[in-house]
Design a protein around this ligand. Structure first.
Ligand SMILES: [Zn+2]
Ligand SMILES: [Zn+2]
Length: 285
């Protein structure tokens, strides 16, 4: 994990959700922790005091529950699961988690039938049209279509008490429609998947390289950093870069690229590189 100079537009605290610090807990409004982010598994917690959402379930049930417990959240208190798309790094643990918790699973309309379920289990699916908005508890959720080679993939923004969290990973490029949805974010989890040079000389077959580099593939460091340079707003006090490829990227490269882009903007955004094996700290607004 890496962090740049940290000055937030709004008071930003980093605390456990366990209530170990009651003074902080009692006035906390909106919280986020990336439990895991990489090409091999993705899952993020977005929570208020009364609503706890798991965005994607790409880790096993055991691993997901362990990481939730590590940040002070009892898995049984989750309100719902939201899925971005059906690729295994986003749903590998979904069946087992859903069977254990039996909570609503929000999924875009065409993605729903693309997710396999065991015959003896009927999930509580809440399907929505990609691009639609809906409330879950005291969190207003907006989905938006992303360019990626899945059936009906979406990113999400979450608003509560005047704070906006945005999640945009797994996108082949950055269309204007996505830029619009990321505007005004206080916290942004953005993909920085691969270094183009590493990908080109790396071990993947050419067909896979073409897929990753294509407009329905994954966002490169170069495109992510161009976004930081050209479009990141001063409202975004925390920028989390994630979904790094283990084969075709390195956190140090991502950090260097992003720091340079941030320095060029004279922004005071906190920079965090999400990791595959440990949760980020919990960002509390
Ligand atoms: Zn994907
Ligand atoms: Zn993915």
């Amino acid at each position: 994990m890496a962090s740049a100079t940290a000055i937030s537009r709004k008071p930003l605290r980093h605390a456990s959700l366990s209530g170990s610090n009651e003074a902080e807990e009692s006035c906390a409004i909106f919280k986020l922790s990336v439990l895991a982010s990489s090409s091999s598994g993705n899952s993020t917690l977005v929570a208020t005091d009364s609503t706890r959402l798991l965005v994607d379930a790409g880790l096993s049930r055991k691993e997901t529950f362990e990481r939730l417990n590590a940040i002070g959240v009892e898995p049984e208190t989750l309100t719902a699961i939201l899925i971005t798309h059906e690729h295994s790094d986003h749903i590998a643990g979904l069946q087992a988690i859903a069977k254990k918790l039996d909570i609503p699973i929000y999924v875009s309309r065409m993605t729903a039938p693309a997710i396999p379920w065991p015959e003896n289990f009927i999930p509580k699916l809440e399907s929505f049209a990609a691009g639609s908005s809906f409330p879950i508890g005291d969190i207003d959720v907006t989905s938006f279509t992303i360019p990626h080679d899945a059936v009906d993939p979406v990113g999400y923004t979450f608003r509560s008490q005047g704070i906006k969290i945005a999640i945009a990973t797994d996108l082949g490029y950055m269309p204007d429609s996505v830029r619009v949805h990321l505007r005004g974010s206080d916290v942004l989890l953005l993909e920085s998947n691969h270094d183009l040079d590493m990908l080109k000389v790396g071990p993947y077959p050419w067909s896979i390289k073409q897929r990753i580099m294509g407009r329905m593939g994954h966002l490169s460091n170069e495109v992510a950093c161009a976004f930081i340079q050209d479009d990141l707003e001063s409202t975004t006090s925390t920028l989390i870069l994630g979904h790094l490829s283990a084969q075709n990227n390195h956190p140090a490269i991502v950090e260097q690229c992003a720091r340079q882009a941030l320095e060029g903007r004279s922004l005071f955004t906190r920079l965090v590189i999400a990791e595959p094996k440990v949760p980020t700290e919990t960002f509390v607004y």
